[in-house]
Design a protein around this ligand. Structure first.
Ligand code: FES
Length: 111
């Protein structure tokens, strides 16, 4: 397992950015669960955030791409509104253990 951060560094309703193995990732906590996705919008293949670590819409209930406003479900990464509707963010499975968030495997660019 690959350590990502301490659990307290990802409070409820917050998001953070990380770089692991050269790959840009984002983590969001919703309803107590941490979710990790690649920071890569399926619309244009660019990072979703203009400000590092800011990935959520105003209500903090959806992931929002800063470029053209695509909205993604936090729990699945599915785009439900915007130019890439129906596409998914690439999820990286994680678990919480011993007060930390861990990736289950090293993220690879093309796996
Ligand atoms: S680059 Fe993300 S919605 Fe266009």
């Amino acid at each position: 397992m690959i350590p990502l951060c301490h659990s307290t560094e990802l409070p409820e309703g917050q998001s953070r950015s990380f770089t692991v193995n050269g790959l840009a990732l984002m983590a969001i906590r919703q309803h107590g669960l941490a979710h990790v996705y690649e920071n890569h919008c399926p619309h244009r293949g660019v990072r979703l955030d203009w400000q590092a670590g800011r990935f959520l819409d105003q209500s903090a209930s959806m992931i929002q791409c800063a470029h053209h406003g695509a909205l993604f479900l936090i729990e699945s990464g599915e785009c439900v509104a915007g130019p890439c509707s129906g596409d998914f963010l690439r999820q990286h499975p994680c678990i919480e253990h011993d007060g930390s968030i861990w990736l289950q495997s090293l993220p690879q660019r093309d796996s």
